[in-house]
Design a protein around this ligand. Structure first.
Ligand SMILES: [Zn+2]
Ligand SMILES: [Zn+2]
Length: 70
């Protein structure tokens, strides 16, 4: 697989769109895996930092406001 920007060998694929990204063109983005209500009704999130991202696509869904979380 090749980088979608420069056609160098890809170092990995974008977690969101699956495009190949090389060392020069990868980015990192934290993603929220899930949200849950912990003790004392405190909303908590499970976040995975540094997910490989091509820097071009617009990952969906974006973090969603959840006003009814508690
Ligand atoms: Zn590249
Ligand atoms: Zn992408």
């Amino acid at each position: 697989m090749l980088c979608h920007k420069c056609d160098k060998p890809a170092r990995g694929v974008c977690k969101f769109c699956g495009r190949g990204v090389c060392e020069d063109h990868n980015s990192k983005m934290p993603i929220i895996l899930s949200v849950y209500v912990g003790e004392h009704h405190t909303p908590k999130t499970i976040v995975v930092a540094d997910v490989l991202w091509c820097g071009t696509c617009k990952p969906q869904p974006e973090p969603i406001p959840m006003p009814e979380i508690y």
